[in-house]
Design a protein around this ligand. Structure first.
Ligand code: F6R
Length: 245
């Protein structure tokens, strides 16, 4: 596991964008696995800037997002499809038909989960998966549990996740209770994984996830077994990790 230290949020965002941009340059028709949330906003802003300056071409890039709230459609301002469009896709030359997010309005959970797994499989796998990290160690919306869910599934969100995400909704009662998420198995199949972390409130879980025991009680800990993981974090998020070298 490679750990890249950044000074602060904007430095972390630039460094994460460097890795995403390098992937696009090295393989213009790559498949990117993407995340939402506060952490990647700065990296997406940086990618947009580089596109606008003519450094990046998204025309052959395809993307697959980790998750979506059940019950929220693309026009809902807190849906993850809306997030991706407004933070990245609407500002670069990506072909939106090649960008995938689970359908929050699907009527049949099982069918939607199977469909999404097929979408990922048909793309031939993910070249680089970007992840944020939940305060409870979740990746995507794979919440702490007794086992690692392999495939896309519909999950009841942990109370702490609803609390954390309520900052973006008017009332806590507006936060959906369920979400679709790629399974840990699918995330783990990505050729490369990039975890972005920022802020002192993530310091404890960063240490637990990447230096504690590998256990589904801390879902991100499974990444310790992956052969190509880079963690890019700011000083605050990496404060409890010993400096090496
Ligand atoms: C979002 C996602 C989540 C977030 C995590 C951290 O697509 O999959 O796992 O990455 O909840 O969220 P932030 O970045 O808001 O702290």
């Amino acid at each position: 596991m490679e750990i890249i230290r950044a000074k602060d949020y904007s430095d972390m965002s630039r460094k994460a964008a460097n890795i995403l941009a390098a992937q696009i340059v090295m393989k213009p028709n790559c498949v990117l696995g993407l995340a939402t949330g506060s952490t990647p906003v700065g990296a997406y802003r940086e990618l947009v800037r580089r596109y606008q300056e003519g450094e990046l071409d998204f025309s052959r890039v395809r993307t697959v997002n980790l998750d979506e709230y059940k019950g929220l459609g693309p026009s809902h301002s807190q849906s993850y499809r809306y997030f991706m469009d407004s933070h990245l896709f609407d500002h670069v030359n990506i072909n939106k038909a090649g960008t995938f997010v689970p359908d929050g309005l699907a009527e049949d959970d099982g069918a939607e989960c199977r469909r999404y797994d097929q979408v990922v499989a048909r793309m031939g796998g993910v070249d680089l998966q970007l992840l944020g990290l939940g305060h409870n160690g979740h990746i995507g919306f794979n919440e702490p549990g007794e086992e690692y869910p392999k495939n896309t599934h519909c999950v009841k969100l942990a109370e702490s996740t609803i609390q954390a995400n309520s900052r973006l909704f008017e009332r806590i009662g507006d936060v959906p209770e369920y979400a679709y998420t790629m399974g840990v198995g699918t995330i783990f199949k990505a050729a490369k994984v990039l975890v972005a972390v920022s802020g002192g409130d993530k310091a404890r879980i960063v240490r637990e996830a990447f230096f504690g025991p590998v256990t589904p009680k801390v879902p991100a800990s499974v990444l310790q077994l992956h052969r190509d993981v880079t963690v890019v974090g700011d000083e605050a998020a990496l404060a409890l990790i010993e400096r090496r070298g």
